[in-house]
Write a protein that binds this ligand. Sequence first.
Ligand SMILES: Nc1nc2c(ncn2[C@@H]2O[C@H](COP(=O)(O)OP(=O)(O)OP(=O)(O)O)[C@@H](O)[C@H]2O)c(=O)[nH]1
Ligand SMILES: [Mg+2]
Ligand SMILES: [Zn+2]
Length: 355
Amino acid sequence: MRLESYGYHAGIEASREELGLQEFAIGRVVAEHRERYVVATESGDTEAEVSGSLRFLAKSREDFPAVGDWVALNVDDSGTAIVHGILPRSSMISRQAVGGFGEIQIVAANVDHALLVQAVDRDFNLARLERYLTICRSSKVDPIVVLAKTDLIDESRLSGIFADVASRIANVPVVAVSDRTAEGYAPLQAMIAEGRTYCLLGSSGVGKSTLLNRLCGGDRMRTDAISKSTGKGRHVTSHRALFVLEGGALLIDNPGMREVGVVDSGGGLEATFDHVLAFSGACRFRDCTHTTEAGCSVLDAVRRGEIGTASYESFLKMEKERAHFESSVAERRKKDRAFGKMVDVYKKGKARDGF
Ligand SMILES: Nc1nc2c(ncn2[C@@H]2O[C@H](COP(=O)(O)OP(=O)(O)OP(=O)(O)O)[C@@H](O)[C@H]2O)c(=O)[nH]1
Ligand SMILES: [Mg+2]
Ligand SMILES: [Zn+2]
């Protein structure tokens, strides 16, 4: 059965029945280009768009399909299928939309593991890695750290990086790979399991698509040095797409992220910085912000050197961002509600006027 090779399982079938969607075809979104989708179905890949009512009822970006989603759709001869519904997601990786005011962007849905790729040369940055970890923790996605391009540094520098990662991040597998020497792919392959969905995350140019091509055993995605492509900072990968690997795992490639705005509603920050927050239980004030308060156990631990200054600063920065994002979301909701009321009044007026 074709859908099973995309990760279809009994749980999805059960929710399809529960929602009364048996009359529809089921498929997995394998690519997205500005609200046009490619969906893998039992009878092949089809282009698709969302139905008018799905669009009309959508309250936010979350109500639209994303790569990795299972969707119920109508396939006819027109060549464009219509998506009528999205099946419940087991996980959703989201981040703040770049330049968006309190808006989120869905990176991928129904992901089991994220491969957090950082190149060990210029790109390597622990605070950024903590951001990606926070996204994983709040999305209920298990992280695997991939240090790429190890051919560009010597062994002592690499072991220094391993030690840095271990000092800040606990209980996350770390693998190091090089496309040039082919080192590290075997241990990574061993972590990748059939039927599970993996998502590549990382800045542009770190080697995500190169890794995908390696794991696919062929050139499936174009890769390039950014400096060679036209336009400064242009991303080589321009859209998200899901691929079936040789061993039967699913892998989602992404355009690189320039900013990693954390949207955290699921305790991602707490999980990422549990070594910082472990001290907070003993703070004098229950609503301690761990910044200036007297009797703050977190600050005490920083002073004693039990919490690293870099970890502490990274935590404060992300906490501040989260608070800012939450207030933007609240404000946005207020505006949306006001707009919704205006539309209602307008529609009522139209109905009254006999339109
Ligand atoms: N030296 C070296 N270069 C590599 C390695 N892996 C990838 N590269 C090069 O790095 C450049 C960028 O690789 P891509 O795989 O396109 O990077 P990407 O993360 O997919 O970039 P975006 O699609 O823009 O997000 C290419 O020129 C690759 O050949 C490696 O292990 N070592
Ligand atoms: Mg790419
Ligand atoms: Zn405190």
